[in-house]
Write a protein that binds this ligand. Structure first.
Ligand code: NAI
Ligand code: MG
Length: 361
């Protein structure tokens, strides 16, 4: 019996419209091979939703996501809406979506793909065997604390507050330890415990939670040191878990280890199995509409969907291996190709992945 799953597809803006379709192709192919019946429904989000419905996150989209087992998102934004007031900005939709679904854990894996060693700025011997996962707390910390500016004689004062509750720290750490159990069983908890009170609490909670996972190694690292070590010896990391702002910065840093932003997937998870899956990159207005964007990040996000929402490691690995194989065989979109003539279009790349996936058994 096929497992029935409902998947909300939100293409968004720019290249989002192009890459998401390649993700859906692979989703459907994997579904056929691994015994799923997918109900795939598309909805508007971001700039396109503003233009058509006057709001970046229409209620119908919100409703669809809540009824779905997983959400596949392209990207939102573009110069057309850059001058809009905060309520009418495409990014507002992402915030509402993550917040509304309680997605507090953002997962960003970074690993090296065969044949792409040369596209990184780091030496290949540093990059060999890199396989790390940044787990970023997504709904707390300084981005969500009270903020205000006081205009005074002699100059204004601006304040941001960094608040973490014990339960928020505990749930993200548990998530990191669970994830480490499916990997190399090492967690690096990153904080600034020498300076910040919230980081001292973070470290205390990390030590307590670690007692429930005696099979997983825990190390603590200060964020400034971590920023250096990610570049110096990236292969030593397995799971890195950290608060929202540190995670924002470190996940971008880890991301560029592998070379192209077009290769990096992400998952955002909450308490249940429902998750949001999207490439790390944005809507790339500079190349939108040309059919040249790299769909790999979106396809790899679909693999994460199988892993985290459908708990199907076999299907996830089959998709990941297919992407690795086409890259190893020389499949290159324009962002990775050495010459334009050799570059594949977005859908040619997607078709190639589907063909390789079909051979999987
Ligand atoms: P971007 O990620 O869209 O593009 C940065 C550079 O990478 C561009 O040169 C672009 O052509 C290239 N690029 C990105 N994805 C690619 C792909 N799949 N294949 C080949 N090349 C790719 O970031 P940028 O330019 O800063 O932002 C553009 C718009 O996207 C803005 O409106 C921004 O707010 C929005 N954005 C949306 C995000 C989201 O929806 N989650 C995340 C980041 C930015
Ligand atoms: Mg960022």
């Amino acid at each position: 019996m096929a497992k029935t799953k409902k998947v909300a597809v939100l293409p968004g803006d720019g290249i989002g419209l192009e890459i998401v379709e390649e993700g859906v192709k692979v989703l459907k192919q994997a579904g056929e091979q691994f015994g799923y019946h997918f109900e795939v429904e598309h909805a508007l989000i971001g700039g396109g939703a503003i233009d058509r419905l006057g709001t970046p996150f229409p209620e119908a989209t919100n409703q669809l996501c809540r009824e779905s087992d997983a959400v596949l998102l392209g990207a939102v934004g573009g110069p057309k809406w850059d001058q809009n007031p905060p309520e009418l900005r495409p990014e507002k939709a992402l915030f509402d979506l993550r917040q509304g679904l309680g997605l507090y854990a953002n997962l960003r894996p970074a690993s090296l793909f065969p044949g792409l060693e040369g596209s990184s700025t780091l030496r290949s011997e540093v990059l060999k065997d890199v396989d790390l996962l940044v787990v970023r707390e997504l709904t707390g910390g300084i981005y969500f604390g009270d903020k205000w500016t006081e205009e005074k004689e002699g100059g204004a004062t601006a304040t941001d507050t960094l608040v973490y509750h014990e339960y928020e720290i505990e749930r993200i750490l548990r998530r990191a330890f669970e994830l480490a159990r499916g990997r190399r069983r090492k967690v690096t908890s990153v904080d600034k415990a020498n300076v910040l009170e919230s980081s001292r609490l973070w470290r205390k909670v990390a030590k307590r939670v670690a007692k429930d996972y005696p099979d997983v190694e825990l190390e603590h690292m200060l964020v400034d040191n971590c920023a250096m070590q990610i570049i110096r010896r990236p292969k030593d990391f397995d799971v890195i878990v950290t608060e929202n702002m540190f995670g924002d910065i470190l996940s971008d840093e880890a991301a560029i280890l592998t070379g192209s932003i077009g290769l990096l997937p992400s998952a955002s998870l909450g308490e249940g199995s429902r998750g949001l899956y999207e490439p790390v990159h944005g809507s790339a207005p500079d190349i939108a509409g040309q059919g040249v964007a790299n769909p790999a990040a979106t396809i790899l996000s679909v693999a994460m969907m199988f892993r985290h929402s459908f708990h199907d490691e076999e299907a996830a690995r089959a998709i990941e291996q297919s992407v690795r194989q086409v890259l190893a065989e020389g499949a290159r979109t324009a962002d990775l190709a050495t010459s334009d003539e050799l570059a594949l279009s977005t859908d040619q790349f997607g078709d190639w992945v589907v063909e390789v996936l079909k051979q999987h058994n």
